[in-house]
Design a protein around this ligand. Structure first.
Ligand code: ZN
Length: 335
């Protein structure tokens, strides 16, 4: 039996943070009744929360989590807000109350009402901001090193393959100080490596056989929404088969996990065990086994990122011991 688990909405809320809305032109101080010629006013009915889990809004179908931004037309008799979500991806950089990644200007306002025109302007601003940032970044790089982009265009030879969670709070390069060209990146919900997932398997194959990466890192994170959702006894539709992989990790380590009385600690341990199992899945691949036999690399590492201090924890996967163990059954070293 699995231990008691929180409800899905509760799980998702626990990893979400309140969002504040960006600077927008001030709206009329008196929201008069819209005339026939004006756009109907919209009311933000709840505080805007952006979930850390990339599927947090979409996986809930037509029923939004209770504190995800919902925009409704007051002229409508329906209280449903399902048709007017802001895109979670657009909201992601307005999300954190503690993150250093957020520009202060985007953390100063908490508007309860926005007109349709303001919403439209907000979307335009949040889109255009990325191009502003890009131009500034390109100019800075070119100024520091006039040959920077010529070198970048020559090709890539990354040292690392990074397989991480899609969670927006864990930018691989930023937390490790890597520059463009140094890491080949793959991210998905809960950093899974499934042998039937052609995406991740292609990434591993290409990174090992063609790019010759020296290290493969699986990086999970505490408070992972995917792991929490997997442990929620609820039908999540399309996500069921994906999250089943995490339930299987729980089943493999059921005794150890059930013996942990504290639920948060149990989830933390499941996050670690999930990373370890994904490392094992990588070591089972022919590409890794054959490359290691020939070159002594890549080495596979399991790490976990913590939001509370921004530090990475090395789970110290014993690569050679795991390789020896899996090759009893999964020996694909001979080409
Ligand atoms: Zn995650």
């Amino acid at each position: 039996m699995l231990p008691a688990r929180p409800a899905l909405a509760s799980s998702l809320r626990s990893i979400a943070r309140p969002i504040v809305l960006p600077i927008l032109p001030s709206r009329p101080s008196t929201p008069s009744t819209p005339s026939a010629s004006t756009t109907p006013r919209r009311t933000v009915s709840r505080p805007f929360i952006v979930s850390a889990a990339p599927f947090a809004t979409s996986c809930c179908g037509s029923t939004p989590p209770p504190n995800v931004l919902a925009v409704k037309n007051p002229s409508s008799s329906s209280s449903s807000a399902s048709s007017s979500y802001f895109s979670p991806c657009l909201s992601s950089y307005f999300s954190s109350s503690t993150s250093a990644f957020n520009p202060p200007a985007y953390r100063s306002f908490n508007t309860l009402q926005m007109s349709a025109e303001d919403v439209s302007k907000y979307l335009r601003q949040s889109h255009d901001r990325l191009f502003d940032n890009n131009r500034a970044w390109a100019a800075e790089k070119a100024e520091k090193d006039p040959g920077y982009f010529a070198k970048l265009a020559e090709g890539q030879s990354p040292e690392y393959l990074w397989i991480g969670c899609s969670d927006s709070r864990i930018p691989a390069e930023q937390i490790t100080g890597l520059e463009p060209g140094e890491a080949f990146i793959h991210r998905n919900i809960a950093n899974l490596v499934c042998n039937t997932d052609l995406n991740v398997m292609s990434v591993i194959n290409y990174a090992v056989r063609h790019l010759g990466v020296k290290h493969i890192i699986v990086c999970g994170h505490y408070g992972c929404g995917g792991v929490k959702a997997a442990m929620t006894p609820k039908d999540l539709g399309l996500l069921n088969p994906w999250l089943r992989n995490i339930r299987d990790v729980y089943r493999l380590h059921e005794k150890e996990l059930d013996a942990i009385p504290d639920q948060d600690r149990r989830y933390d341990r499941l996050v670690e065990l999930n990373v370890e199992e994904q490392c094992r899945n990588i070591i089972k691949t022919a590409a890794v086994q054959q490359s290691y036999a020939k070159n002594q690399f890549p080495i596979v590492h399991g790490w976990v990122f913590g939001f509370h201090d921004g530090l990475l924890k090395d789970l110290k996967i014993d690569f050679q011991a795991v390789l020896k163990d899996v090759q009893k059954i999964y020996n694909l070293a001979d080409a």
